[in-house]
Design a protein around this ligand. Structure first.
Ligand code: ADP
Length: 302
């Protein structure tokens, strides 16, 4: 069996809020699989279901061969979970935190040290420091060590890079790539679209629904329009104009430019004539390659 996670028709409501709406997804053994979506998309709810912390309203999920509802006792020993907000005990030291998590799973730091060594040795010089006094990047390394110390088969990391600096984010993905092996499936969630490229495959998730599941490259390749970046001296006015213009298929502000798609080639020419006639100062239009975020925006408009 090559499947590590099989999610079938999982739905979950909180009162009137539909957090997950009939989610289906399969994750292979040894993959780094990313759930990519903005705040409120349903990522944490899904991770809590997959780690047996909450029960879905409908559907089934099998993780490492076990049903997350009926086999939760077996399952909990085989999965590692790093929740979005760090799970560390702030008043315990680095080493005490690690010992605690090893103890919960009836193992010891010594037994599985080789698994965490490349990560833990970076914070080992601070092993007597309280977790509450660590930097964001160091907390992240300790939390990852704690989630790995019992040698899980599947590791769930819920927004592990949220709130950490750019260098620590990069380092974190490098650590995950080193951890990747046939014995460890890594399921990670992130609101940062640029992190999709670090995963083997991703699911784009929005408002409790999966928009697409594919490799990052195939998602980008499936963008079927010509995409343009627009710029001028008055971006505010240009943003309104491009969003309301009848020739526009889609337009949204993206950093310092507006990402724009025309309804057709003819519409593109009409749009440029209209913009030139309206004297937008220093107007520039440049065809660009779509990113995962552009694909996400396009899927959302469908
Ligand atoms: P994400 O992790 O992608 O930010 P969540 O799974 O946390 O998304 O949330 C999905 C939706 O479900 C949001 O609208 C959120 O407000 C709602 N939600 C999540 N947990 C609860 C809860 N315990 N009670 C009520 N609403 C919740």
């Amino acid at each position: 069996m090559n499947l590590s996670v099989k999610i079938s028709n999982i739905s979950k409501k909180f009162n009137a809020t539909i957090a997950l709406n009939s989610i289906n997804c399969e994750i292979n053994k040894g993959e780094i699989f990313g759930f990519i979506g903005p705040d409120g998309a349903g990522k944490t709810t899904l991770f809590r279901i997959l780690t047996s912390l909450i029960i879905p309203d409908t559907g089934t999920a099998i993780v490492d061969g076990d049903n997350v509802v009926s086999d939760y006792k077996l399952l909990r020993n085989k999965l590692g979970y790093m929740p979005g907000r760090f799970s560390l005990y702030q008043d315990l030291t680095v080493e005490e935190n690690l010992k605690f998590f090893a103890g919960v799973f009836k193992t010891s730091i010594k037994e599985n040290y080789h698994l965490i060594e490349p990560i833990y040795k970076q914070i080992e010089p601070f092993k007597n420091r309280r977790a509450g006094k660590l930097s964001g990047g160091m907390k992240q390394k300790l939390a990852l060590s704690c989630a790995l110390i019992h040698k899980p088969n599947v590791l769930f990391l819920d927004e592990p890079t949220t709130g950490v600096d750019a260098v620590s984010r990069k380092e974190f993905w490098e650590m995950l790539k080193h951890l990747k092996s046939n014995e460890l499936t890594i399921v990670v969630s992130t609101p940062y679209m640029d992190e999709a490229a670090q995963c083997d495959r991703v699911a784009l998730i929005q408002k409790g629904e999966i928009l697409d599941i594919n490799t990052p490259q195939n998602i980008v390749n499936s963008f079927s329009h010509k995409l343009f970046a627009l710029k001028c001296d008055n971006m505010y006015e240009l943003n309104i104009e491009s969003q309301t213009n009848k020739n526009t298929h889609s337009a949204y502000l993206f950093g310092e430019t507006i990402h724009w798609v025309a309804k057709s080639e003819e519409c593109k020419m009409n749009f440029i004539s209209e913009i030139n006639a309206k004297n937008f100062k220093n107007f520039e239009i440049l065809q660009i390659q779509p990113s995962i975020e552009d694909c996400f925006m396009e899927l959302m408009t469908k």
